[in-house]
Design a protein around this ligand. Sequence first.
Ligand SMILES: [Fe+2]
Ligand SMILES: [Fe+2]
Length: 120
Amino acid sequence: MVTGFLAEVEAMAGQERSDGGRLGLLVGDLVAYCKDHFLCEEEFMLFIGYPDFAAHSEWHRQCLEAVEECLDSLAGDPAATARRLTVYLRGWLTGHLAGADRQLGEYLSRQLGSEIKYGR
Ligand SMILES: [Fe+2]
Ligand SMILES: [Fe+2]
């Protein structure tokens, strides 16, 4: 989901004039997806007693805040918003998905005593 979204936003960021309406729909979908995904992940972390729950869920909260701020700035300059979102989401993919989410998978693997291929 996030990689597909990123590809479309990157394309918009490269245009001189971006379609603010389309970008607004995309960001709205992303916010809805993130809320669902984060809620599931956080409920799971609580269920397994994940020790890094507080920091991990705080990172989720900050992500939602950053993406929702983009909705507010859309009307002013959609192309600039698309560029800002592109930078933010690239950082999210490498920082959170490849970092914190992977660590969660590794923790679960250790708890289960077997390897889980996370994110593949
Ligand atoms: Fe996460
Ligand atoms: Fe996640």
